[in-house]
Design a protein around this ligand. Sequence first.
Ligand code: ARG
Length: 587
Amino acid sequence: MSLLRHLSELAGAAFADLGLDASYGQVLPSQRPELSQFQCNGAMAAAKKSGRPPQEIAGQVAERLRSRPGVALAEVAGPGFINISVTDDALAEWANRTASDPRLGHEAAADPLTVVVDYAGPNVAKAMHVGHLRATIIGDSLARTFAFGGHKVIRDPHFGDWGFQMGLLIAAIAEEQPDLPYFQEGVTEFPDTSPVTLDDLQRIYPAAAARAQEDEEFAERARMATVRLQQGDPGYRALWRHMKNVSEQSQRADFAALGVEFDLWYGESDVHDLIEPMVERLKEAGVAEESEGAWIIRVDEEGDKREWPPLILESRTGGFLYSTTDLATIDFRVRDLGADLILYVVDRRQSDHFTQVFRAARKGGLAPEGVAMEHTWFGTMNGPDGKPFKTREGGVIRLGDVINMIVDAARKRLDEAHLAEDYPEEERERIAHQVGIAALKFGDLVNNRTSDYVFDLDRFSSFEGKTGPYLQYAAVRVKSILRKAEERAIEPGPLVPPTVPEERQLILHLLQFPEVVDRTMELRAPNHVAEYAFETAGAFNRFYDTCHILSEEDAARRAGWLALARWSLATLELSLHLLGIEVPDRM
Ligand code: ARG
């Protein structure tokens, strides 16, 4: 239980006592800390509902609160706000309970959900670019937070390996190298090594995609190739497997560099066997209809303010598309994985696609009401010119290159700040990598998910300001304080009731961790944890500037303060962990 929850229960009971709903008792951190530590605003709403004057209700609730143990202050302010503070003894009690709890006061979900997080979204033949970066970073943070929250999380990148882009690649390669065995009738044995490298694929794919826009004959060949691949042509399948492996290898390297892991590595192709029975069912149920030789699902609904084009289930040539595999994947996730909630952490530009897919999934009975599907979209990462981040030449920039760039910047910053200076080379490199990744992730996650932001290498990698490296440094500094204490044989002890304002502020701040985690899950918004981590570092620094732990003479205070430092570190490290950021031991 958290302190805020406890206070909300006390206030809720007071409202209930007055014959009013207990939910009016929600207690929040105070907007005006100079007046009180907490506040409850429920009396105004309760007044509206009951017709009683708000100040009267607030007064009666405050009176009841004042009689409860641990409450130092409960008084009415303005039109019916209730200001609340707790005693320093009560704070110390809560602090000790929370600091010794491995979950730092957060209660694991009583009814855990099975949450599928669909993020990163790599594709065959396309190196991951910055568009996939946000999906990866945000998705990973949400997955970590839901897992910490006690839910069963299944992370799946939904590898793009089955749609029209495969047909484009096959058609283009067949034209470039028609003698390859993959294109010969009757051949069933194929080489073990790939005929194409990732560089080849990255050259071939954009050219083929552009050509299909203009060259209808080529586009038709690509559509036929897609169908032939999907129907199991052995040569096409063998070539496809090579393309898939080559792509996957490089992407796994990028994910490893980012410290991002998946529970499943499924692709669109993995639901292939589910597609035909699903399409049959949808046709039989009359959900899918024939239209100009293709099979479609109409997704417009009453009250729509715009037109919704139907979802194409099966193309005129008999091919299955991005939407088809997404529908079959929902079927799989609901039936086989038991998903209660599916979060699609994907660029905003796909919002129409997901609206169509979700509507079709409901209409076709693939996702029953109890299963929530959400497009957890995000804004664009822009370059300094305010336009989507590109290379200097205007091309898409590869994720691997972005990672190298930021790690280089981190190395320079370490030099400038004379950090990790005479450490063994291997440790220094590891720290530079950790700092670089922290810069990249925090620079992203601190923004509201739905806003665009500017990728600013200099600002992100700085050890000053609201940055990942600053937070790592703050955490490392606490670690070094704890190490020094250990060297001097100073042991942490129970936290004592705070007497110094900075100490009290820090305790109050640390006690809010559970609510921050809940808010992050509820809003799917890691920026709440990011802000909180930043404030934690600030609150700790202010405390440490005033309270000189190691030179404090009063032994009980010294031990309590040390425990407070340790709790601050645990909170900071756990917050950073939820953001996917590692803290070095020293630097
Ligand atoms: N591979 C897709 C892309 O790069 C993203 C996949 C998103 N997930 C999904 N279930 N459609 O655009």
